[in-house]
Structures are given as structure tokens and as C-alpha cells.
Design a protein around this ligand. Structure first.
Ligand code: ATP
Ligand code: MG
Length: 415
């Protein structure tokens, strides 16, 4: 059986919505890659009894328990006491732990105080883990059949201690079974449609298939354990890609694949954004190496700027309004021309929360947007959508939509 591990995240701030738990997902991802199986993740307040109870529950169903947070020098840090209660032992000051803390502090020109001194207390019979990034030592105790490690809450300290001390100890426990995994990214199909097309594959007992939608992109993850896992995953991946057709690409996010394709074709791209206010440019420039293909773009929010900066015909704006496929097309064509680029992306729409209106007074519902891709030597492609979500989501979906349209157009022009 694959090594079962349970996670306990300590901190009032996590339960009060003041801080998002990033340690849990980080640990879960690392444990998956190491071949362990995370069987639970629980958040608990900074409270000795609550921590002790959670650790005891976790120790019942897991061989290893990882606790993060609450090891600090202040009164509200209760993990040390919680672990001692769960292990049924007393906290005792350890001279070697104290020496380690003193050393870290003196390197920073600080003397030890009462709070820091409390961090040298370790449940009797347990062990401690050095902290190279901070003062709080980690702890190790046994509760029932489980090994319990308490690690600092500060992500950088947690990650360093996990790699240095916990990973070798987990390997020593054994039963790690590293899965074979692939991720198939796609865009342009709703999650439900993806699920339907892949239903029989997702139902297979010898595979672990998951769908992870985010902002218009979907990741299909395929994993398998044990004998023949690599072959099984490779065959399933080929079938999945066959069924998804050109909705799927090889690897990475939509902006990454687009930059990769542009670089391979030595094609410059420019942007003309209204509703997205620069988000498309932001996404492109988040990719390392984007400077090879992107010199700049426009944020043309007003009608006047669409005309002055991009050369959009005022008659088009008067007849169809700024939120129209005609204007999206004219923005893309104008931008491509003025930037002397091989490709141009344009977005126009109504992000909301209010609805818009067409020149003839008819309402344009919020979430309406039009995206256009102009490519040298090709008919400019335009897509229209209505996604009545919250403003930032509509903006993000439109940015993803135009990048995906570029991906599809580049793929076609290649053929
Ligand atoms: P320190 O010795 O620095 O006090 P600690 O073990 O006491 O470390 P906490 O006091 O619980 O850790 O948290 C320290 C910092 O780490 C805080 O800013 C806290 O919000 C953050 N933190 C704690 N737990 C998590 C978590 N699960 N995800 C992300 N950040 C966290
Ligand atoms: Mg704390």
C-alpha cells in the first residue's frame, strides 16, 4: 500500500480567511511526486487541545503526519504543546536545540529571549529538526503507529526543512510508489464536454483521471501506479489527445504555448485591447522569452483612441458600436498594420457589472465580448462570446479566448 500521509495546518489566520493556506497544497504536490498518498488535510486553530485532537485523528489513518505552523516564539503558538499532548509526554528543554537557536540568533546579532528559549523545548522522547532559514526548530514525535513532524509555518522555512529532513525520513519509511503522470492542457471546450468525451477513460480502474478547469483552460491529468503504468498512461494519453483534437496542445499554459509557437515561426505579435485593459499583454509578457515575439501593444479603451491609435473607421464605431465583431476585426487589422507585426490580437467587450448598449439602443448583455486575430496573408478570424460572469473573470476569459484563437490560427497556417 502506498504510504498514507495526513496534513494538519495550524493557524487562526487560516480559519479566519486572513491568509490562504499555501503550505497544504505545496506539501500535497511534493508528496504526490514522491509517491506518497495524502489521505487528509485539516485546518485547526492555534489551540493546544484542537491541535492535539487533530494530530491524534491524523495518526489513526496515516503512517506519517505533517503539521505546519504555530512553532513561533509567541504565546499564541501552540503546536509544541499540542504535539506533546498527542504524544503523551512533557516538554523538556534540549541543550542542543537551544545551542542551535542561539547560533542562528547570534549570526543576526541578537540575544536569546524567553520566547525563543521556549522554542528549544521538545516533547520528551521526541526529536527536533534544525531550521536553516529561521529560528523555530521542527519537531518529531511518535503518536500510535505514526511519525509526526511539525514544521514552521513560514513557507520558505517549511520547504527547506521538508526537503532536508522529512524527505529522507519518508524514503526510509518506504512504500513510496511514484505514479506515472501526464497533463494534457486544452482550451475551448467546456469541462462537461471534456468529461463526456473522455467518460469511459475516466471510469477506468487502472487509471487515475482528473479534470481541472480554470478560466477557460482545462487540464486533463492522467496517472497510473504499478506495473505497466508508463505504457498504460501513454496509450491513454494518445487516445485522449485523439478525442480532444486541436483543443489540446502539448504542454504548458495557453500563453506559454502561444509564445512558443510564435518563436518557432519567428512571428511578431502585437495587441489591441479594450475590455481586457492590457491583460493579454500582461499574460504574454509573463512568459520568459516573450521579448523575442512581443514589442508592445495598445490599450485603446475609448472610441477616440481606437480611431486615433489603431485607425478604426469612425463609421464602423457609429454603425456597429465599439462592442461588435466588426470593430474587433478592425482593431486587429489596424494594430497589425501599425506595428508591422505578423500577428495582432484584439479584444472588445462589456465586462460588467452593468449591461451596455448598441448604437440603435438595443442592450448588450454584460459578459459579451468579441476577439479577433489578424495574421499576415490570412483572413482575420473573429469569435464572439457571452459569458455573464464577474468582471475580472470575463476579462480573463476573453484574454484566454483570444490567445487560444491565435493558437488555433497559427496551427492552421502551419498546415
Ligand atoms: P515562526 O517561527 O516564523 O513564528 P511558525 O511556525 O510559528 O513560524 P506561524 O506563526 O504559524 O509559523 O506562521 C508564520 C507565518 O507563516 C505567518 O505569516 C503565517 O501566516 C504563515 N503561514 C502559516 N501557516 C501557513 C500556511 N498553511 N500557508 C501559508 N502561510 C502560512
Ligand atoms: Mg502563528
Amino acid at each position: 500500500v502506498t504510504l498514507p500521509v495526513a496534513l494538519v495546518m495550524v493557524g487562526d489566520e487560516l480559519l479566519q480567511g486572513a491568509r490562504i493556506d499555501t503550505n497544504g497544497p505545496w506539501l500535497a504536490g511534493r508528496l504526490r511526486d514522491l509517491g506518497a498518498r495524502v489521505v487528509g488535510l485539516e485546518g485547526v486553530p492555534d489551540d493546544v487541545a484542537a491541535i492535539a485532537a487533530a494530530v491524534e485523528r491524523a495518526a489513526c489513518r496515516a503512517r506519517a503526519v505533517l503539521v505546519t505552523g504555530g512553532l513561533g516564539p509567541t504565546r499564541d503558538d501552540a503546536t509544541r504543546e499540542g504535539l506533546a499532548v498527542a504524544a503523551g509526554s512533557e516538554l523538556v528543554e534540549r541543550a542542543d536545540a537551544l545551542a542551535s537557536i542561539t547560533l542562528v540568533l547570534s549570526a543576526r546579532g541578537l540575544d536569546i529571549d524567553a520566547g525563543r528559549r521556549r522554542q528549544a523545548r521538545v516533547p520528551e522522547g521526541g526529536g527536533w529538526l534544525p531550521n536553516d532559514e529561521g529560528t523555530a526548530p521542527g519537531l518529531e514525535v511518535t503518536v500510535g503507529d505514526a511519525v509526526v513532524w511539525a514544521l514552521p509555518g513560514v513557507p520558505r522555512e517549511l520547504e527547506a526543512m521538508f526537503e532536508a529532513a522529512v524527505v529522507p525520513a519518508l524514503r526510509a519509511l518506504g512504500h513510496l510508489d511514484v505514479p506515472t503522470r501526464v497533463v494534457v492542457p486544452l482550451c475551448g471546450l467546456p469541462e462537461a464536454e471534456v468529461g463526456q468525451r473522455l467518460d469511459d477513460i475516466a471510469a477506468r480502474e487502472d487509471l487515475d483521471v482528473g479534470f481541472y478547469p480554470h478560466d477557460g483552460e482545462v487540464e486533463v491529468r492522467i496517472a497510473a501506479h504499478g506495473e505497466g503504468a508508463a505504457t498504460r498512461v501513454a496509450e491513454a494519453e494518445a487516445e485522449v489527445r485523439h478525442r480532444l483534437g486541436d483543443a489540446a496542445w502539448d504542454v504548458g499554459s495557453i500563453e506559454e504555448v502561444v509564445v512558443r509557437m510564435l518563436r518557432a515561426r519567428k512571428c511578431l505579435v502585437t495587441t489591441a485591447e479594450s475590455m481586457t485593459g492590457g491583460l493579454v499583454a500582461r499574460m504574454l509578457t509573463a512568459v520568459p522569452g516573450a521579448s523575442d515575439v512581443f514589442r508592445g501593444g495598445w490599450v485603446t479603451y475609448s472610441d477616440a483612441w481606437k480611431t486615433e491609435r489603431l485607425g478604426v473607421d469612425p463609421a464602423l464605431l457609429e454603425t456597429h458600436g465599439a462592442v461588435s465583431p466588426q470593430v474587433a476585426r478592425a482593431m486587429a487589422d489596424g494594430a497589425r498594420h501599425r506595428a508591422a507585426a505578423g500577428a495582432a490580437l484584439a479584444v472588445t467587450g462589456i465586462a460588467g457589472p452593468g449591461d451596455g448598449a448598441a448604437p440603435d439602443g438595443s442592450p448588450i448583455p454584460r459578459g459579451t465580448f468579441h476577439v479577433a486575430v489578424a495574421l499576415a496573408g490570412r483572413e482575420t478570424a473573429v469569435r464572439s462570446r457571452l459569458l455573464p460572469f464577474h468582471r475580472p473573470i470575463v476579462q480573463r476569459r476573453a484574454a484566454v479566448e483570444v490567445l487560444n484563437l491565435l493558437r488555433l490560427e497559427l496551427g492552421r497556417s502551419n498546415a
